[in-house]
Design a protein around this ligand. Structure first.
Ligand SMILES: Cc1cc2nc3c(=O)[nH]c(=O)nc-3n(C[C@H](O)[C@H](O)[C@H](O)COP(=O)(O)O)c2cc1C
Length: 209
């Protein structure tokens, strides 16, 4: 099996990177083909909402998105790792997720009689047609998130889980099987807790079947 970790933290030795690496190490030890990539090493532009993908089924922006999408398509298990910034996933991950719209928009019909053009029909057709499309069918995913807030149960974590579940399960039709939340990363001596989470992360990778 192929296990891919996508890290959205610029701190390559930070909590998210270390936890994702640990999952990858466990998976590698279990004999899986593994790869860890960091979004900061790639050129990923913002979705401009041009909707040209509704005609071409491809994103019009020429950057590294296709490279990463190909890696995702080839993977059986994908880990998305993000720091919590401003009570949400990191902006770079949000931009990356937005770009996956080209996988679901090809069925959209633009209704030119409404203003702005197409907005109503777009949404209706999206809801109707996307149910039949499953771009990540059969894939399983893990989420790793880190925040400085002390609690592992609060609004910002629920927000991250909401955004990631919507992307992974509702839109891409994959399944989230594991979630690691690393809280209180800045304020207290974190080492013991991190060690426990690192072991949990390794085991998650190691138990992928
Ligand atoms: C720009 C920025 C915004 C942040 N916003 C939040 C926040 O809203 N809530 C929170 O609990 N921590 C916040 N943090 C703290 C990070 O989530 C925390 O340091 C986390 O460990 C970063 O992940 P990393 O260690 O993998 O880099 C923020 C940090 C930065 C740099």
């Amino acid at each position: 099996m192929k296990v891919l970790a996508i890290v959205a933290s610029g701190r390559k030795d930070g909590n998210v990177s270390r936890l994702c690496k640990s999952i990858i190490e466990g998976a590698s030890k279990a004999g899986h083909e593994t790869e860890l990539i960091n979004l900061h090493d790639y050129n990923i532009g913002y979705c401009t909402g041009c909707l040209s993908c509704t005609k071409t089924q491809k994103c019009a922006i020429k950057d590294d998105f296709e490279i990463l999408l190909t890696k995702e398509m080839q993977a059986d298990f994908i880990v998305y790792g993000t720091p919590i910034y401003s009570h949400d996933i990191a902006g770079i991950l949000k931009s990356y997720i937005d770009r996956h719209s080209c996988l679901k928009l090809p069925y959209v019909e633009v209704d030119k009689s409404v203003n702005p053009p197409g907005m109503i029909k777009q949404v209706m057709n999206y809801l109707k047609e996307f149910n039949g499309r499953e771009p990540f069918k059969g894939k399983r995913c893990g989420i790793v998130a880190a925040c400085s807030d002390r609690s592992t149960r609060n609004k910002q974590i629920r927000q991250v889980q909401f955004v990631m579940k919507n992307f992974i399960e509702n839109e891409m039709r994959a399944k989230i099987t594991n979630t690691i939340i690393c809280a209180n990363t800045l304020f207290e001596n974190n080492n013991e807790k991190i060690d426990k989470l690192m072991k949990m992360a390794y085991d998650i990778g190691n138990m992928i079947k």
